[in-house]
Design a protein around this ligand. Structure first.
Ligand code: NAG
Ligand code: NAG
Ligand code: NAG
Ligand code: NAG
Ligand code: NAG
Ligand code: NAG
Ligand code: NAG
Ligand code: NAG
Ligand code: NAG
Ligand code: NAG
Ligand code: NAG
Length: 395
């Protein structure tokens, strides 16, 4: 009696193990079918490679079209057009646990022809429906990678065309000054319901783009980032670029001299966002905080982060010289290594409102220096928070 019971329990996991079949590129489509499935630990997912040349490669939710470190990959599976359905090559993935497994096709990675960028992605055990890491959001993120690769290619070819005088460039010139501004990455606005704790769900609207950070707050109250503004012989924000999640608070601590923090835009770094446009919401503006040379108590001003899209800001002081033109600018969630990263923003401020020469700054602001979006660095909010904490503790 006991023996047969324990034997039955021991066999249970094997009895329940299931084989799930997934068609890769069925009928010539750039798709896995089904696109997502639920599986128990011990189950097998068998991928059948249809004609063309696809892969089954593991990625991460935050980077849908890149191979996850230590992730599995089938390698390329070229299959001739006339291969019969019963002789298609296969690749089998064993499901080890119930955490989500994200998969993409690596064909033509980093080019506008990217299969992943066309939405060729797949998931095992992804959260359903409206979760932030749902399959829909994963696929949209992959499509955003494709859109940004296409935009980069279009911009590169138009730049080439502009040089020969045949086509207009999708990049644009600054509102003043003859500087060329790199195009903004394509983005989409996503509404997500995020569980803050066991009892409350928070609905947020955020801007999603290739490499945008997760919209998931670190806690219901958000994290606190301290940014020091100015100080003796310091015309800069410290740190001058941070990564922050929605609901986070940025505490600006004003030190020596007379500074402010005002929201601007990437193309016009030293002017308030939507200045002179009454029909658009004005940017934030802390006002001025004069601090004496020997003061030891520093006033603060708080800003709440609501979105994952980059936020650009500057110090508005122009007396006796433009602090912004001297490079006193700040960013939240700028994508490091992209054409619109913090250093490109700072170079643009110096070029438009400062004394930097046109040629020196245009090198860092030019789209030609952009790495392909697949090569952008991944941000690790925890590590940045640690850096902010260290910076704050040194004050
Ligand atoms: C496969 O594609 C052909 C033509 O492209 C179409 O007629 C056919 O219905 C498709 N079959 C399936 C099962 O989708
Ligand atoms: C399959 O695709 C890979 C990557 O693009 C390529 O290196 C390989 O030559 C292709 N194989 C065939 C047989 O086309
Ligand atoms: C598929 O087509 C190629 C060239 O058209 C031919 O050489 C090959 O034998 C065919 N294979 C099958 C299984 O019919
Ligand atoms: C499960 O574990 C095996 C052995 O470590 C590994 O090869 C396989 O890729 C894992 N499966 C998943 C979905 O990570
Ligand atoms: C601080 O700067 C602002 C803007 O330049 C100016 O209006 C204000 O008078 C300054 N305050 C002090 C105490 O210098
Ligand atoms: C930057 O230059 C523009 C154009 O001359 C000007 O309108 C703006 O006030 C300047 N901003 C600062 C902070 O110097
Ligand atoms: C002012 O803002 C509105 C709303 O964002 C926009 O549609 C319009 O083009 C802006 N006008 C100018 C002159 O930039
Ligand atoms: C600041 O302190 C120094 C030395 O303690 C003193 O010489 C200076 O006058 C003070 N400046 C002000 C503005 O109080
Ligand atoms: C600013 O944020 C800090 C940290 O959350 C908080 O301690 C402080 O009270 C806030 N200040 C204001 C004026 O809200
Ligand atoms: C976030 O929303 C709050 C409240 O609406 C607003 O005061 C704040 O300026 C917003 N933050 C940014 C960066 O726009
Ligand atoms: C942004 O800040 C981080 C850490 O403070 C730094 O490593 C990185 O180089 C900065 N990015 C730019 C473009 O300056």
């Amino acid at each position: 009696m006991f023996a047969s019971l324990s034997l039955g329990l021991a066999l249970l996991p094997f009895v329940l193990a299931t084989v799930h079949d997934v068609q890769v590129g069925f009928n010539g489509t750039l798709q896995y079918s089904p696109e997502a499935l639920s599986a128990n630990p011990g189950d097998q997912v068998v991928f059948h490679f249809n004609p063309k040349n696809h892969t089954v490669s593991q990625s991460a939710f935050a980077d849908p079209c890149g191979l996850k470190e230590g992730g599995f990959t089938s390698g390329f599976m070229p299959v001739a057009a006339n291969t019969s359905a019963d002789s298609l090559p296969t690749f089998t993935v064993v499901v080890n646990d119930t955490t989500p497994v994200w998969v993409y096709c690596a064909q033509a990675a980093g080019t506008p022809e990217s299969h992943c960028g066309a939405g060729m992605v797949f998931a095992i055990n992804c959260p359903s429906g409206d979760a932030p890491n749902s399959f829909t959001n994963f696929k949209n993120a992959a499509l955003a990678v494709g859109a940004s690769l296409s935009a980069a290619a279009a911009s590169a070819s138009a730049t080439q065309a502009a040089a020969t005088g045949y086509a207009p460039s999708p990049t644009f010139t600054a509102a003043y000054g003859g500087v060329t501004i790199p195009p903004a990455p394509s983005a989409s606005v996503v509404t997500a319901a995020i569980t803050l704790d066991s009892s409350s769900v928070w609905t947020t609207v955020y801007t999603s783009f290739a490499n945008s950070p997760a919209a998931t707050p670190v806690a219901a109250a958000g994290a606190v980032h301290t940014v020091v503004v100015g100080g003796t012989n310091k015309l800069f924000f410290s740190p001058s670029n941070i990564t922050a999640a929605p609901r986070d608070t940025v505490v600006f601590q004003f030190q020596q001299k007379n500074h402010s923090v005002i929201q601007s835009s990437f193309p016009d770094p030293c002017r308030k966002l939507n200045a002179g446009n009454a029909s658009a919401p004005a940017g934030f503006d802390s006002g001025y905080f004069p601090v004496g040379a020997n003061d030891t108590v520093f006033p603060t001003w708080n800003l709440t982060v609501n979105d994952t899209a980059p936020i650009w800001a500057y110090c508005g002081q122009t007396s006796p010289e433009s602090h912004c033109g001297a490079g006193m600018v700040f960013s939240i969630n700028a994508v490091d290594g992209s054409a619109r990263d913090f250093s490109a923003f700072q170079a643009l401020a110096e070029q438009l409102n400062g004394t930097a020469s046109d040629t020196s700054a245009s090198a860092s602001a030019s789209p030609s220096s952009t790495a392909p979006s697949g090569a952008l660095s991944l941000r690790v909010p925890g590590a940045l928070l640690a850096l902010v904490a260290i910076a704050a503790s040194l004050l």
